[in-house]
Design a protein around this ligand. Structure first.
Ligand SMILES: Nc1ncnc2c1ncn2[C@@H]1O[C@H](COP(=O)(O)OP(=O)(O)OP(=O)(O)O)[C@@H](O)[C@H]1O
Length: 354
């Protein structure tokens, strides 16, 4: 089901606006992550989609139907929260059956459907166990099966993995991906973990201070962030941000007339290289201060015209402490103005010296 917000705002107290002019279309059949820091407005947005909250202004559409005034029940969404809200004294089967019983679906059909869902979410071995006896990950699977039992228009997941330990979180995010592909249900997933969003979603909506910062394909947000907030929020290690002076004259050659507006530059750790590359790049004197390896991963602390940055994919055969020459592809240098807005590079074919 496609979900459209048309100039939606929300205020809890009719005074302070929490969400500002939200205008977007969530495509049907995809897995979307709502990503942002605490207080950014993710849960509020999800509650507007579910119908638990109504907008102060603007309209919400499911497909071509205006659902702005419809309550949560009418909208027919399935929800899964971080505390699963299952019935611990009932078996797995009865938990999945419960919403179908409420909807008065005939016994034989609901039994068959519940078993199919248990198979889908892989809890058949536990089907007759009481819920209280299940692990967190298994309970989360049951919660998803129960939400799907209502054949929801949308599946909404609010921080569904935050109660699980790190290994289980990784396993369950893959499971959510698999289940979403198997069912094709449009799924909207709230998380504050950028890594989780990058791994699980087709598209990410980054929310901060009640404003949609950027909404697009995961890879687009990573490679082409619209502003400094998105560029810093997505990616691990965090984006290197340095004053524009760090690249001296190269900035003019890269950004042309836009250079005058640039205050800060962003360069991802993996953009630094110790060898020239085929694509347009800058060549810049660097000083390597520290080289560390953690299993497969590397962390190299270096100075770039005196400014400290981190690199993590430099060619190991060329690595040595001290002064040397570094190289960065021009399309991996982000320019930001004083407000953190992106200033884009001009198409350049030349090597720039900083
Ligand atoms: N019931 C409420 N009444 C008043 N203000 C609220 C209410 N719920 C949330 N807010 C405020 O709305 C803003 C957005 O909150 P929201 O819970 O949507 O953010 P979030 O991104 O989901 O954060 P978190 O990750 O901490 O859950 C915050 O400033 C919060 O204080």
């Amino acid at each position: 089901m496609e979900v459209s917000f048309k100039h939606v705002t929300l205020s809890y107290d009719q005074k302070n606006e929490i969400l500002h002019d939200m205008d977007f279309v969530i495509p049907s059949g995809k897995l979307i992550a709502l990503l942002g820091p605490s207080g950014g407005g993710k849960s509020t947005t999800l509650n507007l989609i579910s119908g638990l909250l109504q907008p102060s202004q603007g309209e919400i559409f499911f497909g071509s139907e205006n659902v702005t005034k419809q309550d949560a029940l009418k909208r027919g969404v399935g929800m899964v929260f971080q505390n699963y809200a299952l019935y611990p004294h009932l078996t797995v089967l009865d938990n999945i059956i419960f919403p179908m019983k409420m909807a008065k679906i005939p016994k034989k059909i609901r039994q068959e459907k519940a078993l199919a869902l248990a198979k889908l979410v892989r809890v058949m071995p536990q089907i007759n166990q009481k819920l209280a006896a299940l692990s967190g990950g298994q309970q989360q699977r049951v919660a998803i099966a129960r939400a799907l039992a209502k054949e929801p228009t949308l599946l909404l997941l609010d921080e569904p993995l935050s109660n699980l330990d790190a290994r289980l979180r990784v396993e369950m995010r893959e499971e959510i991906r698999r289940i979403q592909i198997a069912t094709g249900v449009t799924t909207i997933f709230v998380t504050h973990d950028q890594n989780e969003a990058l791994h699980v979603a087709d598209q990410i909506m980054v929310l901060n201070e009640g404003i949609v910062q950027q909404f697009g394909a995961t890879q687009t947000l990573y490679t082409n962030p619209i502003n400094q907030f998105v560029a810093e929020f997505i990616g691990e290690p965090r984006l290197n941000v340095i004053p524009v002076q760090a690249l001296r004259t190269a900035v003019g050659g890269i950004f042309g007339t836009g250079a005058a507006q640039i205050e800060r530059l962003g360069i991802r750790a993996e953009a630094f290289s110790l060898k020239p590359m085929a694509q347009p790049h800058i060549q810049i004197p660097i000083e390597i201060n520290q080289i560390q390896y953690f299993g497969q991963e590397q962390r190299i602390d270096l100075q770039l015209n005196g400014y400290q940055v981190i690199a993590n994919q430099m060619e190991s055969e060329h690595q040595k402490l001290g002064k040397t020459m570094g190289y960065v592809p021009i399309d991996q240098i982000y320019g930001f103005d004083a407000k953190g807005r992106r200033i884009y590079a001009e198409q350049s074919r030349e090597v720039q010296h900083a």
